[in-house]
Design a protein around this ligand. Structure first.
Ligand code: F6P
Length: 319
């Protein structure tokens, strides 16, 4: 292994830059050359890449977004697209690839590995929805962004004695909603993993207000329904007036937290070590405080049982 590539793909996440920096610096430390591929798989197909030196990744550890840009690339899903990508990798003398992204990015990298080109995945998504790792890059930063927003919304909710619905990201996963709801003291948390029970929610809101509770915060993960949709359900069912805040892409931006920067550094270095050892089709992660690499196919196994204990606790603490 003499020259490796690195790209970021899919929805960006705070900490991606710190991971790129770690890949570049660790690889150079180990005597390799690194090529940065721009705009994810689309840039790979189009040959948009350049050699990254030590200085090129200076001053980015603290920056949100990704210096390499990101994209979702339908062309790469086709066999033709994948062949073009492999030709580009060969033409540029690249022997291994680090892909930083979420589920879709991992699936793309697995295709390359299956075609004989070794790839290693670093989990980068605010959704925290990659099986096999306790945390993904960006989750902690997004979590803190959501908590900060909830705290601010709570101020105005208290002043006006209102019920607020806060819609957070998470198409298929409720981690962000659940953790932020627990940390922000939300009264109700609605996530894709738990079936919604409108009667119970209305009952909790009503009994809270009978006990003198003046305001309430409801967190809705976008994968279940939009905040607006939920507001109209509450209005129709129980004539409850609400205000809705959609946090949107604010959740994907911002300077990465210390935890995300450290994780990014550990993950980036580990990815380089795995490639140097000649292994492809591996995913990097953290399990019980240990940085690990594991068969990427395990990251596609969505049958992990949802741990209800945290959800249950959020209910117990917000009566
Ligand atoms: O995958 C991360 C994520 O932030 C999801 O939570 C969200 O549904 C999606 O990306 C939004 O993607 P886009 O920026 O392409 O609209």
């Amino acid at each position: 292994m003499k020259r490796i590539g690195v790209l970021t793909s899919g929805g960006d996440a705070p900490g991606m830059n710190a991971a790129v920096r770690a890949v570049v610096r660790k690889a150079i430390y180990e005597g390799l050359e690194v090529v940065g591929i721009f705009h994810g798989y689309q840039g790979l197909i189009d040959g948009k890449m350049e050699v990254l030196d030590l200085g090129s990744v200076g001053d980015i550890i603290q920056r949100g977004g990704t210096k390499l840009f990101s994209a979702r690339c339908p062309e790469f899903r086709t066999e033709e697209g994948q062949q073009k990508a492999i030709e580009q990798l060969k033409a540029h003398g690249i022997d291994g690839l680090v892909v930083i992204g979420g589920d879709g990015s991992y699936r793309g990298s697995m295709k390359l590995t299956e075609s004989g080109f070794p790839c290693v995945g670093i989990p980068g998504t605010i959704d925290n929805d990659i099986p096999g790792t306790d945390y993904t890059l960006g989750f902690d930063t997004a979590l803190n962004t959501v908590i900060e927003s909830i705290d601010k919304i709570r101020d105005t909710a208290t002043s006006h004695e209102r019920t607020f619905i806060v819609e957070v990201m998470g198409r298929d996963a409720g981690d962000l909603a659940l953790w932020a709801g627990l940390a922000g003291g939300a009264e109700t948390i609605i996530i894709p993993e738990v079936e919604i029970n409108m009667d119970e929610i209305v009952e909790r809101l009503k009994s809270g207000s009978e006990r003198g509770k003046k305001h309430s915060i409801i967190i809705v993960a976008e994968g279940v329904m939009s905040g607006a949709e939920f507001a109209s359900k509450l209005k129709d069912l129980a004539d409850i007036e609400t205000r809705v805040s959609v946090l949107g892409h604010i959740q994907r931006g911002g300077s990465p937290t210390g935890r995300d920067r450290v994780l990014a550094s550990l993950f980036g270095a580990k990815a380089v070590e795995v490639l140097i050892a000649g292994n492809g089709g591996r995913a990097i992660g953290i399990q019980n405080h240990q940085v690990v690499d594991y068969d990427m196919n395990e990251a596609f196994d969505n049958h992990e049982e949802f741990d209800m204990s945290m959800y249950q606790l959020s209910k117990e603490l917000s009566i």
